[in-house]
Design a protein around this ligand. Sequence first.
Ligand code: C2E
Ligand code: MG
Ligand code: MG
Length: 631
Amino acid sequence: MRIHDLDATMDETQIALAMEGLKTMGHARFESKHRAKDGGVWPVEVSKVYLPHGGGRHYAFIRDISERYRTEEELRVAATVFDAQEAMMVTDPAGNILRVNQAFTKITGYTSAEVIGKNPRILKSQRHPPEFYVDMWRQIEREGSWQGEIWDQRKNGEVYPKWLSISCVKGKDGKVTHYVGSFADITAYKEAQDEVVSLAFYDQLTELPNRRLLLDRLGHALAVSSRNKMYGALLYIDLDHFKTINDTQGHDVGDVMLQEIARRLRLTMRDEDTIARLGGDEFVVLLEELNADQEQAAAQAKRVGNKLMDVLRAAYVLQGKEYPASFSIGIALYREPAEGGIHEILKRADMAMYEAKKAGRNTLRFFDPAMQVALENRAWLESDLRRASSEGQFILLYQKQVDNHGCLMGAETLLRWQHPERNLVGPEDFIALSEETGLILPIGQWVLKEACHRLKIWEGDASAGNLMLSVNVSAREFQQEYFVENVKRILNETGANPALLELEITESMLLNNIDDLIKKMRTLRELGVTFALDDFGTGYSSLSYLKKLPLNRLKIDQSFVQDLDKDANDEAIVQTIIQMGQTLGLEVIAEGVETRAQCAMLELYGGHNFQGYLFGKPAPIEIFEQEFANR
Ligand code: C2E
Ligand code: MG
Ligand code: MG
């Protein structure tokens, strides 16, 4: 074989150089790599001698230097590592510091001159009890190393967290020759971690657990209940009329109020109870392990609920002003097995809270299964309602409005839903839901279009040409930004006479942003559209509002008309409304007139307009139109 067959790296020039050296000096030494028979490559040191006698011979001594290479490499790595970002410290077996690196100085504040020869205990903080260090050293002795989070103190006294690894270096005899400690400052990391936890699981305003953490704890509580068979309870607490405070006093005041509520809840509840804020003005208290008996547990939950009511109800002093407050609380008991799990429990408490609101607020309600049925109904209703709009399942009924001679003046349009699998569904079963879901907007548009379309059909007809149509408009519709434009567009598109269109609004609309309401009403009035205030007498309208609103008619609510001939109070109310209407220059129409007697009394007090079963029930258009066709 030739040298080339063995040598893995040497090139021609290097060989030539080596030969030259050999010739002039008689020997050469260099490093190279050789390929072994099995193909493996080794670092080698080659020493060559040239002996001229006997025709001249080369003798080469080749030494495997892989071990040396490895050690050198390790040293190089070690040196780099030692000066890395991590702080390093090497001590002798007695714990005296022998060496530290740059990062050590940066983190601890001590220069190497200050610490060499000292014991690392100068770095200690007072955060850990002595046992902590005893355990640590026990582990180092047993396993040769220790790793963990530890709080130390910098030279300037600042206590900080670090991640520390200690390992021992042993000699051939198994005895410890050195301890090496390396550590990193994890202050920033810990802060970020705390921040992440706080953002993910806590409400930033009140520092209470948020929905996520609540659900987590509820899941845990449920698991515990399956073991100990105890009932727990979830209290859903909602501040009544928070929106009003926010809208009138500003969000700053609202925020302070929420913080104060959180403070009171914390003060009242035990440490082990979870108090959470779900957002807005909704808080939840989770009570665990109340009782194995359902009734007992309910009684306990109720006691807590009542106590919370008392504490929360006390007036709030915000920025120097005193505000009264009331709350609605819904309670759901839970115990494993809980159908539907944690979300179901939360939903139930929410529903119970909703019931408390419906019952007039400032009260407390338990979830009961009947509510469940209502909830399920709501669910199908909502999905079906979405379809109803696009599939044209709505119809309009027309109910006559007459004057005191029995002459037809017009009709109120009343909406019905022709559900594919059910009987005709009345508005009381779907209007509220469509308002909540926003579906009322397309539905309302359809009603308005339908009514205007009808007015256009009647136009020019001798008997129907001057009939008016009253259309119910819900608050949600009226509040939308483009309501006025929508009405205008529909009037334009259908070509209906605006003067024959009356919009019925309710007193609930007077509750917020009355200026906007008035502005919109005025604009529509300019087009000729008129307005009636529906269900008058049941709501909150104050006389001053009434004077401001550009109204044409008041509709006396049917509840007053119903017992007109039996109840003296109702009689007085009806009388007053009619007189008031006259004073304010408003027409008054009575709705729900069912008997001749009611009609007679209304007339007696000066009422001229009527609507009710006495004159006609809400009827489909074909039947309604027959009325005047036959005249
Ligand atoms: P409302 O505007 O006060 O309508 C009068 C309600 O009284 C109608 O109920 C009508 O059928 C009923 N009624 C009429 N005469 C009599 C009577 O002599 N005796 C009795 N007991 N009741 C009578 P309906 O049709 O069930 O509508 C209920 C409510 O639903 C309406 O009250 C109105 O607020 C709302 N609504 C109806 N249609 C619409 C609509 O197209 N849009 C909106 N936003 N709401 C509507
Ligand atoms: Mg109405
Ligand atoms: Mg009404």
